[in-house]
Each structure stands twice: as C-alpha cells, then as structure tokens.
Design a protein around this ligand. Structure first.
Ligand code: NAD
Length: 277
C-alpha cells in the first residue's frame, strides 16, 4: 500500500498530502467509494454538507478497521448556513451524519463576500476549535482580500485554503500568498474535472515519458508544488491509480511541459460572485 506523506499545518498538526474527494459521488454510492479508497490507502476524506453524502462517509468510517486517529476527515459548512449561530447548528448536523466525536478539518465552503458573513462564521469556527470539537479550521475558495480581512479581524489564521487549482489554472499569486502566511494550499478539481486536461498532448507526452498515466503525472505535479490534492473517482482502478504517486518524480522539464497547458481560465465558480442561499 502506498505511503502518503504528510504536511505540517500552522497549528502543528499533520495533514495527509493526498486525499479522496467525494463531490458528486451519489449518496448511495459514497459508502462503497470511501471503503475502496480506505482499502487503497487513502486516509484523508474530503466531503461537504452541500454534497449530501456525509452519511455515506460516516458509514464507511464506522465499518472500516482503520483506527480513527489515522483518519483525517474534512467537511465544509454549506453556504446557506453562514453566520455565527447557524454555523454551530450546522456543525452539529455534520457530526451526527459523520458519526464522529471530533472533526479533523472544517472549512468555510465559499466566502460569499456579497453577504458579508464570513467573519462571523469564522468566529463560530474559532469557538468550535476552542471547544475541542474540531482539530483544525480552514477556508475554501477564499481570495487574497478575503484572507487578509479574516486575518486582520479574527485570531486564528486558516490552516488550509482549498481552491480550484490544476495545470490550466495554477493560482501562482494565491499560492505565493499562502506560503507567506503559513496557509497550506489544497487543490480541488486537480484533474481538471474530466474536462479535457488529461487528453492535452503536453500531458500525454509527459505521461508517455514517465510510463505513467496522464492522471498520475498531473497529480504528481500538484504534490511537487507542495499542494494537498484530493482527486475524486468512483472507479476502483482509478482510485488505486490516483494514489500511486509516491514512487516517481517529475523533473524540471516535465514540470515545465505540464505547465504549458495553462489557460488562466477557471472551470468552476468565481469566488467573488459565487453564492447560494
Ligand atoms: P477532479 O479533478 O478530481 O476530477 C474528477 C473526475 O476526473 C472524475 O469524475 C473522473 O471522471 C475523472 N478521473 C478521476 N481519476 C481519473 C484518472 N486517473 N484518469 C482519468 N480520469 C480520472 O474533480 P473534482 O471531483 O471536482 O475535485 C476533487 C475534489 O475536490 C472533489 O471531489 C471535492 O472533494 C473537492 N472539490 C471542492 C470544491 C470546493 O468548492 N471546495 C469544488 C469542487 C471539488
């Protein structure tokens, strides 16, 4: 079974550098997919209240013989529940569905700056941290101004910012800001969400050179950038393939060739305007 390295967060705790994402995994398939992932060696599971599959994640955890202290469970506050009291109530709902006592990482899913609630929401996150209900708190889809505001108005610096990141949209400026402030970068949509990245000739050529799959060289690119990466698949062969990343290295020429696919275009929502209520 591959050994996944860990990164150290700004609170001193460790986070596995590779995890299993369950966005768009149907609730009835989630238990099976997470069980496959745990068997393959994944220890970080990334879900969200909005994915409506926390119960499936919880069922897989409950049946697994992997000790709880080896698992790293992330969930995210859904957008409609931002605000101090609503956050605390929504957190309880997640814990019930996941069937665990303490969460490893809780994220604000989107900043929704137009509603101006993320600072209050973060204060509730700080309370959950102080109360020992969650070990680490972080954010997702935050841009530099959102992070700056959070850091100037609250006490705890986010451990992680989970953002859209892949070779087409490599987020250089935000990654640099994270590095300066001790925030880890977690890549969502790391494989380009099945929208053509893995068929790009530059990627296919690096994969051929390394005798690996396009998915593996792209995921390895994330690892070598120092990001945490959370690919999603429900296919057991791909689940296995996506964790077999730690016995090869990309050289500078490989990294440069992969970076040629940069378009600067997002696949998902723009954090400044994306909202749900
Ligand atoms: P992804 O880039 O991981 O792409 C997943 C798709 O790629 C799969 O549906 C499958 O079709 C394909 N795939 C997987 N492995 C492959 C392989 N080895 N070869 C070829 N194709 C392969 O996209 P994602 O699921 O959107 O992102 C990963 C995770 O990030 C999610 O599951 C979720 O946990 C998280 N996420 C977070 C946010 C956020 O707003 N915070 C948004 C989207 C996703």
């Amino acid at each position: 079974m591959p050994t996944v390295p860990s990164l150290t967060m700004n609170n001193g705790l460790q986070i596995p550098q590779l995890g299993f994402g369950v966005f768009l995994v149907p609730p009835e398939e989630t238990k099976q997919a997470v069980t496959e992932a745990l068997k393959a060696g994944y220890r970080l599971i990334d879900t969200a209240q909005g994915y409506r599959n926390e119960e499936g994640v919880g069922a897989a955890i409950a049946e697994s013989d992997v000790p709880r202290d080896e698992l790293f469970i992330t969930t995210k506050l859904t957008n409609s529940e931002q605000g101090y009291d609503t956050t605390l109530t929504a957190f309880d709902g997640s814990m019930e569905k996941l069937g665990i006592d303490v969460l490893d990482l809780f994220l604000i899913h989107w900043p929704q700056p137009m509603f101006d609630q993320y600072v209050d929401t973060w204060r509730a996150f700080e309370k959950l941290l102080a109360d020992g209900r969650v070990r680490s708190i972080g954010v997702s889809n935050f841009e530099i101004p959102h992070l700056q505001r959070l850091m100037s108005e609250t006490d705890v610096v986010p451990t992680v910012n989970q953002i859209e990141l892949h070779p087409q949209f490599p987020q250089d400026e935000l990654r640099e800001f994270h590095a300066e402030h001790g925030i880890l970068t977690e890549s969502w949509g790391p494989l380009g969400q099945g929208k053509g990245l893995l068929e790009d000739p530059n990627i296919v050529e690096v994969a051929r050179r390394k005798d690996r799959t396009p998915g593996q060289v792209v995921l390895r690119w994330h690892v070598q950038l120092g990001c945490i990466v959370i690919p999603k698949s429900v296919n057991p062969d791909r689940i296995q393939e996506n964790i077999d990343l730690f016995d090869f290295e990309l050289d500078d020429a490989d990294m440069a060739d992969i970076s040629k696919v940069r378009t600067g275009q997002r696949l998902g929502g723009d954090p400044n305007t994306f909202a749900m209520r």
